[in-house]
Design a protein around this ligand. Structure first.
Ligand code: PMP
Length: 449
């Protein structure tokens, strides 16, 4: 079987995510036959380093024997069972572990089966908490500009990436949007920390004005990933935790993309020493094996729902595949790898390699910034090096980098004009250097005219 055989059949019956399908009249679709470690291989025998961890989900490479083995074993025992009224061992063990490793105070896990639905749960739970405690007027959400929390109507409502949101705006709830502490937009000469402190004034003002009608503030801690990997200093989260407490507003940390070691610590919130009221996890939770998500919260929230049935205070939200045992087995095997291999320490070394391999791009005439937080590194292509403004999106310059990378054994998928690396943790320094070479050539090509 060849690539072309699968592609023809695919294009007859599929509608792909986040894709203008007409692009595939000129842009080859790549059918993947198998994966091993950082490598993906197509049906024609071409190989690609998965530099973006397949939409940021993969942690330990494709077809990792330990995780594959755990899923196989679980499949022979129990594939799925309803989680209402019933339970199973993998979900109990996973919940115990997550409570143990997440920031202090988070003591309950509620499961869903993808990131967006986990964010929906956090939003609903927060509002419902206030309703159950006699404050139904607290029904708004505060979000940061350029944030992303998923694609469902509820999560688009608290997101702020125009490309995904604009079309559906008439359908969406309206959030209160506060300017992001994005360090790329800092004034020349000021540090990430100074910029974060300064930008916090906007959040403080929004809380002062809206706390009485606001259920929660939702943020992506440290990196706004879909918002083109814009980053900010942890001091912003410290200030935010303190201000949310002072104003009586929940803090929702959406660690769906940044959790499980991406930012250099197991969870990004750790770098600010804070515990949110709700923490959303997905993606790396199963190391990219199976769809699973969870929302962790603390006992005060849980107790506000705990009552006689007839009071109708229960959280009656459900998804069919909630807490799927196969996915829980993958998650448990993933956490075992974190414990066994001291992954966070090894990632520090890999992050240093990434920084060194890409450092030269800071001098590129059309790179506005090379920024990095742990295992996330981004180079932003700009028309004018001295202005933090991207190329017009219509020019699709990132596409040139994407195509160049494919010809050179790499899957890179720039976000607009931002070329980035968010690789599996099993990548080698040589592979990182290869990706840096490919990215540099791609950026040269894409910014030539
Ligand atoms: N929140 C964040 C921060 C994300 O990056 C994403 C996915 N890119 C989501 C939520 C949505 O997750 P999912 O795609 O699993 O619905």
């Amino acid at each position: 079987m060849k690539n072309s055989d699968i592609v023809k059949r695919d294009l007859d019956v599929l509608w792909h995510p986040c894709t203008q399908m007409k692009d595939h009249e000129w842009l080859p679709l790549i059918p993947v036959k198998k994966g091993e470690g950082v490598w993906l291989e197509d049906f024609d025998g071409n190989r690609y380093i998965d530099a973006i961890s397949s939409w940021w989900v993969n942690l330990f490479g494709h077809c990792h024997p330990h995780i594959s083995g755990a899923v196989q074993q679980q499949a022979a025992e129990l594939e799925h069972v309803i989680l209402a009224g019933f339970s199973h061992e993998p979900v109990v063990r996973l919940s115990e572990k997550l409570v143990q490793i997440t920031p202090p105070g988070l003591s309950r896990c509620f499961y869903t089966d993808n990131g967006s639905s986990a964010v929906e749960v956090a939003l609903k739970m927060s509002y419902h908490y206030w309703r159950n405690t006699g404050k139904p007027e607290k029904l708004k959400f505060i979000t940061l500009s350029n944030s992303y929390h998923g694609e469902t109507l509820g999560t688009l409502g608290v997101g702020d990436v125009a490309l995904y949101k604009e079309t559906y705006k008439p359908l969406l709830m309206e959030a209160i949007t506060v300017p992001s502490p994005d360090a790329f937009l800092r004034e020349p000469g000021s540090s990430w920390a100074e910029h974060a402190e300064r930008m916090f004034a906007h959040m403080e003002a929004a809380l002062e004005r809206h706390a009485h009608e606001t259920a929660a503030v939702i943020v992506e801690p440290l990196v706004q990933c879909a918002g083109t990997m814009r980053m900010y200093h942890p001091v912003y989260l410290e200030r935010l935790r303190e201000a949310c407490d002072r104003h009586g507003v929940h803090l929702i940390a959406d660690e769906i993309a940044v959790g499980f070691g991406r930012t250099g610590t197991m969870f990004a919130c750790e770098q600010a020493g804070i515990s949110p009221d709700f923490m959303c996890l997905s993606k790396g939770l199963t190391a990219g094996y199976l769809p699973l998500a969870t929302v962790l919260t603390h006992d005060r929230i849980y107790q506000a729902f705990y009552d006689d049935y007839a009071t109708l205070r229960a959280f009656l939200h459900s998804h069919s595949y909630t807490g799927n045992p196969l996915a829980c087995a993958a998650a448990l095997a993933t956490l075992e790898l974190f414990e066994r291999d001291d992954v966070i320490a090894r990632n520090r070394e890999l992050a240093r390699e990434m920084g060194e391999a890409f450092a030269h791009l800071a001098d590129h005439p059309h790179v506005g910034e090379v920024r990095q937080t742990g295992m996330v590194l981004a180079a932003e292509m700009v028309p004018d090096k001295h202005k933090p403004e991207p190329y017009p999106w219509e020019e699709r310059r990132g596409m040139i980098v994407y195509q160049h990378a494919l010809k050179n054994e790499a899957l890179m998928r720039p976000l607009g004009s931002v070329v980035y690396l968010m690789p599996p943790y099993v990548i080698t320094p040589e592979q990182i250097r290869h990706l840096a070479r490919v990215a540099t050539e791609g950026i040269d090509l894409a910014t030539r005219a």
